[in-house]
Design a protein around this ligand. Sequence first.
Ligand code: GTP
Length: 244
Amino acid sequence: MKIDSLHLDHAQALLARAGQPLDGPQGGEDPAYLQRLIDALCELSLRDPLTGLSNRRHFLAALDQEIDRVTRAGDMALLLLVDIDHFKRVNDTHGHPAGDQVIRAVAQCLSACVRPMDTVSRYGGEEFAIILPSCQSVFGAQVAERIRERVAATPLVLEGGDTLHFTVSIGGAYAPQWLRFTAAAWIERADEQLYRAKAEGRNRVCLEPQADSVVSAEEKSLLFGLSPVDETTDNEGVPSLGAD
Ligand SMILES: Nc1nc2c(ncn2[C@@H]2O[C@H](COP(=O)(O)OP(=O)(O)OP(=O)(O)O)[C@@H](O)[C@H]2O)c(=O)[nH]1
């Protein structure tokens, strides 16, 4: 089939409207162009247009990947749910565009507080989710608190000159180690902590308590049936013995 016979204008217009037009040679009979177009559309389908963060679709895929990794490697991973406090009031008092600005400002705070390996997503209207792989409990509590403090210390000056102060509540739960579990169950546990943070007064962090488990290389080798000499991680993510 000739690429010319495909109707690509809708896809091209969609990318242009999203501010991500494809540059370089367009159309013709170049399969490389079609590939670039598909890649760009895939990328677009995983981004939240307001904040540029991962959207809920990407978040759920990343969470499933993390569950696979944690189940195989017994690593510690933390899921945080972050919700803007009394956000309805912002919309009601200052209007929807101001609400959108607040959502963008919170997105920037979250991205600034985490590592490149972490996944920050806009999970819903004024709710965000962050997946933190390889996260010991001391670090998890610190990063959640850092996010809370940063948002509280980042007021937004609106066009009319009003200054808006806003806060977030954060709930978090660690992945169960060495167990197969579902994304829904993990999200639900983090959500329970978020609910607790709201109920206890907002602008606070509630994490499900988690003891760091120290699993020795020998124990890992028993669990995975590997010989203790295989102390490397392969590209498939097979456990890294003794790496902790
Ligand atoms: N500006 C703007 N508002 C949104 C967007 N998505 C959802 N909202 C609004 O977010 C508000 C969420 O309000 P609630 O769920 O009542 O929560 P809240 O006022 O933040 O109260 P608490 O979470 O209990 O602190 C609603 O008014 C929604 O209309 C969006 O993309 N932009």
